[in-house]
Design a protein around this ligand. Sequence first.
Ligand code: WQD
Length: 336
Amino acid sequence: MKKILVTGGLGYIGSHTVVELINSNYEVVIIDDLSNSQVEVLQNIKKLTGVEPSFYCSDLKDRALVSKVFEEHAIAGVIHFAAYKSVGESQQIPLDYYENNICSLINLLQEMKTRSVDNFIFSSSCTVYGQADHMPISEETPLKMPESCYGKTKQMGEEIIKDYIEAERKKATLLRYFNPIGAHPSGLLGELPRGIPNNLIPYVVQTAAGVRECLSIFGDDYPTEDGTAIRDYIYVIDLARAHVAALNKLLQSEELMCLDIYNLGTGKGTSVLEIVKSFQKINKQVVPFKMCDRRPGDIVVAYADASKAEKELNWTAGTSIEESLRTAWNWQQTLV
Ligand code: WQD
């Protein structure tokens, strides 16, 4: 059974990916510093899979701790989720974001180099495209300097990985997520935003639950059909399954100095107002909202051309927006 290190494995996307990895007969080791996750997630992973992965509550900035994990486990591949990810927060504390997101990545790659671990999957983001000139966005779309420090750490991370695999003749995969949403249908895993949610769906479900008074819709004057911004909302388990498919491909590949890049989305754009209306309809809940000014740094529209992942990974994001929103509401109700 191949052993996979998942950093940030107790986080939102990480935990769903750990479940899919175990269900695909991988053994999983988790490093997570619990800065944006909770240790209870480990027990919920065990409830879902019958397996409790090895867990290290560690900061990847501590090279000795990273080395200890590789000392104690014969790691066949690494999926690297662990990073600070709040667009807004990154503008307030940029140095913390550069130190955490970049130094953690470098520590991990240094250890992989020392231990000759060749297979690396990096959690990247569509934010590296900035506001792309044409839709849908393919992997050939030119990158633009992201507006946020968070986005810059993702773009720099990709460049570091490219240089690393060139110099060390390794192989890696960059997965550029669009907007992950939803939760595990069991109600055991989901998003656990700290404080006031930055992202749309957690704010919508908290408003429906009465935790928040009213949803602010940032901008109703965009050049879109209903004036609100458009994104590609992908169900979190479809996203998790893409990681397993990418890992399978990477482990089977003999080719070195190889970097695969995949956009992971549904290929469909949905506006903020459409999300709110779908949520209300499918969950029979009212979401009070008001139209507000645009949020600085937001782009107008982003949705993926996911055909490369569909073809090369034999994968599709098949879950509907409605089903994703149903799981999000189901999850929120377990939290109150
Ligand atoms: C979506 C839309 C908002 C909240 C970012 C990162 C991306 C990824 C996901 C990490 C926008 C609008 C939101 C609210 C609103 N990050 N909105 N009211 O900004 O597309 O992407 O988060 O995984 O890399 O760039 O996601 O959910 O914040 O916003 O109107 O209370 O919802 O303006 O149009 P975003 P988001």
